[in-house]
Design a protein around this ligand. Structure first.
Ligand code: AMP
Length: 278
C-alpha cells in the first residue's frame, strides 16, 4: 500500500493508472476506521485500483461540534487499510485542499441540505460537498463508495454527481452493524458500557418498526409514534425521527422500495444516527 499526502503526487499516480486503462474505486472517510468502512473498501475491490482517503474535514463541522475531539488513530487506520487491500491511502493536508481564503464553494440543495442533519448541523452538507468535489477531481474515480448509514449524505452526493455531470458512479453500501445490531460508527467509542447498552434500543426500535410494516402498518404517524414510545420508555432523547421518500420529503404512508426512516437519538450527549431503507 502506498501512502500519499501530497495532492500533486496523487494526481501523478492517478494519471499513470488512467494511462494503463485501469479503473479506480474510491472510498472517502474521516478515519477511525471500523468494519463499516472496511465493507466499502472490500466492495471497491471490484476495481483495478482502490484509493481510500482519510481526512477529517473541518468544513463539515459546525461551531461547538467535535472537530478537535474527532477520533484520530492513524496507525491503526493504516493497518486496517493495508489488511483490507487498499492500494493507495490518500491523507491530504487541509492547507493543500483548501488554498484560498476567498474560496470557490458549492452549496448543498437548499431544502435537502437544510432539513434533518442539515437543520441541526448548519452548513454541514456544504462542507461535505466541498471536500468530495475536490477529492473526486483529484482521485478521478470510476466508482465511489458510500454507506447507507449516512442516508441524507448519500442522497445529496448522488444529486451532486447527477446535477454536475461528474463522471463517477456512486455505489451505495449496506449498513454494517455489530453483533448486537448497533450500526458501527466512529462515535460509538464515546459511549460508556451503560450508554452502549442503552444504544441497543435503536436497532431494536427499527426492528420493531420493520415488523409493523411487514404486518401491514404503513401509516407514518403510527410508526413514528411507536418509535417515540419505545425511546421514551427507555428515557432516550430523540433528536428526530423522519419518514420520507428518497427525495427526503415527508410521506404519510410507507411505500416499499421508496421509503426511508431516518433517526437520530442522543445518548450520553453522543448523537447516534441510524436508518431503515424500506
Ligand atoms: P465517515 O468516516 O464517518 O465519514 O464515513 C465514511 C463512509 O463510511 C461514509 O460513506 C459512511 O456512510 C460509511 N459508513 C460509516 N459507518 C458505516 C456503517 N456502519 N456501515 C456502512 N457504511 C458506513
Amino acid at each position: 500500500m502506498q501512502i500519499v499526502t501530497d495532492i500533486k503526487e496523487l494526481q501523478n499516480k492517478v494519471s499513470q493508472i488512467k494511462h494503463n486503462h485501469q479503473s479506480i474505486g474510491f472510498v472517502p472517510t474521516m478515519g477511525a476506521l471500523h468494519k463499516g468502512h472496511v465493507s466499502l473498501i472490500m466492495k471497491a475491490q471490484e476495481n483495478d485500483c482502490v484509493i481510500a482517503s482519510i481526512f477529517v474535514n473541518p468544513k463539515q463541522f459546525g461551531e461547538g461540534e467535535d472537530f478537535e475531539k474527532y477520533p484520530r488513530m492513524i496507525e491503526a487506520d493504516i493497518d486496517i487499510c493495508k489488511k483490507a487491500g487498499v492500494h493507495i491511502l490518500f491523507m491530504p493536508k487541509a492547507e493543500q485542499l483548501y488554498t484560498q481564503d476567498d474560496a470557490i464553494t458549492i452549496l448543498a440543495p437548499s431544502i435537502k441540505g437544510s432539513i434533518l442533519e442539515g437543520a441541526r448541523r448548519v452548513g454541514h452538507f456544504n462542507g461535505v460537498l466541498e471536500v468530495l468535489l475536490r477529492l473526486f477531481h483529484i482521485a478521478q474515480p470510476n466508482k465511489a463508495y458510500f454507506g447507507k448509514k449516512d442516508a441524507q449524505q448519500l442522497l445529496i452526493v448522488k444529486q451532486m454527481v447527477e446535477e454536475l455531470f461528474l463522471p463517477v458512479e456512486i455505489v451505495s453500501c449496506p449498513i454494517v452493524r455489530d453483533s448486537n445490531g448497533l450500526a458501527l460508527s466512529s462515535r460509538n467509542r464515546y459511549l460508556t458500557q451503560e450508554g452502549y447498552h442503552k444504544a441497543l434500543i435503536i436497532p431494536k426500535t427499527l426492528e420493531e418498526i420493520s415488523k409493523q410494516i411487514m404486518g401491514g402498518e404503513y401509516r407514518s404517524a403510527i410508526l413514528q409514534q411507536k418509535a417515540l414510545e419505545i425511546f421514551s420508555t427507555h428515557n432516550i432523547e430523540v433528536d428526530y425521527i423522519a419518514i420520507t421518500n428518497y427525495n427526503l420529503e415527508e410521506i404519510k404512508e410507507i411505500k416499499k422500495s421508496q421509503s426511508l426512516i431516518l433517526l437520530v437519538v442522543r445518548i450520553e450527549s453522543v448523537r447516534l444516527l441510524d436508518n431503515l431503507w424500506i
